[in-house]
Design a protein around this ligand. Structure first.
Ligand code: NDP
Length: 461
């Protein structure tokens, strides 16, 4: 844990949201704050900042709505200390004035378009900055490895690494953190978590949702950048990291980084290791969806994929030769959000009928649940091999991951955010794939909305 974390954990903070009128703030950050206050008490001054489109009353009403389920005393305390500042955060004088108005240590949350965030960092560099200033940045963090490195250099001129929070809300979900419990809190899986026992690993985040009005963002990003480059690589890091004896900022982030440092497209061949596809018109749950290219705001010439699959290898003694397949897409008929670890079949046992089969361990990425497929001998005929599935659900209900992310940012604990060198490593893995796709070396396949994806694409069954 960073040195300052304990002291900072309960200290008052001024949370300044730049881009207070935007979609992220309204749909995720404010509800996340509401869920955080429902479970923990924090001393927060909440300042919304934007250039236009929102006024003080509208801001207050949005905050009120988002905090409606928080305990009354906590809600009232935040409401008494919230305000909206109309300012252009790229203007050094206006930004300095907002920071100077903060009653406590400011946490600047960049809920801004990435290009605007970079300009705000440029402005921050030129002004007097309050002690202890923290910066929270959203994805995408740069557009390639060189861009991420440049952004890191700029950020490090403003504040030290431990005060930079590169938000990946997947790291703030109990489901992903639950992987750590399954891996390290029992004696069942630790000894088999290596190439001797594991045949392949799949991380699948298939959604039935389509664009939901976000074409402006998604069409410039696509499934590879939106999901695999960021969230699923972090999941891979947690699944594949070596044993740790404590869960804190350095152990967790060193473990993830070590994995991603050694990860590359399977066989070093980004063309053979990747597939991409785009949905055509179809039906999901009785809803008719138009083709992706006919959605409002989509430019067909960008050839943006809505489904991506990437096969990776991790060049370490633990994992060499084990394929790790990451897949994510939209408008799919059989949505699945799981990490599945498939085991090599056990050796055949004389006297037991039937071929040994592959067992697996499956971890839910949306609903915290574990399923284990285990070869056993059959109940009807004890001399015949059979398979049984054991299921455990760790918690009910949907989680609001931004609550956990905000909790860590406000406490000054960077454990649940992406470290700078890891953000660069993630781009290093996908940059050659993006280059191959842009050069059209990998065909853009098609699948009907509501289907399971193009024929022949492997997914967990
Ligand atoms: P929006 O376009 O909805 O909002 C951006 C906001 O930035 C607007 O409210 C705009 O308001 C404000 N803004 C723009 N320029 C300035 C400026 N110079 N000074 C102050 N405010 C400014 O974007 P999103 O909320 O969708 O996304 C924000 C970030 O979050 C992006 O990096 C995105 O990639 C990331 N993200 C978004 C998710 C989502 O679901 N929306 C999910 C995950 C990440 P105004 O013009 O009035 O100033």
């Amino acid at each position: 844990m960073a040195e300052s974390v304990d002291a900072a954990a309960s200290a008052p903070v001024s949370l300044v949201i730049l881009g207070a009128g935007g979609d992220l703030t309204n749909r995720l950050l404010l509800p996340g704050l509401g869920s955080l206050l429902a479970t923990s008490d924090r001393d927060i001054e909440l300042i919304g900042c934007g250039r236009s489109g929102l006024d003080a009353d509208e801001w207050r009403s949005r905050v009120e709505t988002a905090l409606q389920d928080a305990p009354a005393d906590r809600r009232e305390r935040v409401l008494a200390r919230t305000r909206f500042e109309s300012a252009d955060a790229t203007d050094p004088d206006e930004l300095a004035a907002v920071l100077a108005s903060c009653a406590a240590t400011p946490v600047l949350y960049f809920a801004l378009p990435p290009a605007v965030s970079a300009k705000v960092c440029g402005a921050l560099e030129t002004i007097d900055r309050p002690d202890g200033l923290r910066l929270a940045l959203e994805k995408p963090f740069g557009t390639d490895e060189a861009g991420a490195r440049g952004l890191n250099t700029l950020l490090h001129r403003i504040v030290p690494e431990e005060r930079i929070f590169r938000v990946d809300h997947f790291l703030g979900t109990s489901t992903v953190l639950g992987i750590l419990g399954v891996r390290f809190a029992n004696r069942v899986f630790g000894p088999i978590w290596n190439r001797d026992s594991i045949e392949r690993v799949e991380v699948v985040y298939d959604e039935s949702l389509a664009l939901e009005g976000r074409a402006g963002y998604y069409d410039r990003s696509g499934a590879l950048i939106d999901m695999i480059q960021s969230h699923l690589l972090e999941v891979l890091g947690i699944l594949a990291m070596g044993p740790i004896d404590r869960i804190d900022e350095s152990a967790l982030r060193d473990g993830i980084h070590e994995v991603l440092e050694h990860t590359r497209p399977w066989g070093g061949d980004p063309v053979a290791a990747s597939r991409r596809a785009r949905y055509t018109a179809g039906e999901i749950d009785g809803r008719t969806l138009p083709s992706y290219v006919d959605e409002d705001g989509v430019d067909p010439d960008r050839r943006t994929e809505t489904l991506a699959r990437l096969e990776l290898e991790i060049d370490t003694d633990r994992w060499r030769g084990v394929p790790f397949v990451l897949r994510s897409g939209k408008a799919l008929g059989d949505p699945r959000t799981v990490a599945r670890v498939t085991l090599r079949p056990a050796a055949a046992v004389d006297g037991l009928q039937g071929e040994p089969r592959s067992d697996w361990i499956e971890l839910g990425l949306h609903v915290p649940a574990v399923r284990v497929r285990l070869t056993v001998n059959g109940g009807d005929d004890p001399f015949e091999i059979d398979q049984a599935t054991l299921s455990a659900r760790q918690a009910d209900g949907e989680l609001l991951p931004y609550g956990e992310v905000l909790d860590a940012v406000l406490a000054g604990d960077p454990m649940l955010s992406v470290r700078g060198d890891t953000a660069e490593a993630c781009w290093r893995i996908v940059d050659p794939v993006l280059a191959a796709w842009r050069a059209d070396e990998v065909p853009l396949e098609e699948y009907a909305a509501g289907s399971a994806g193009p024929d022949g694409w492997a997914s967990v069954s």
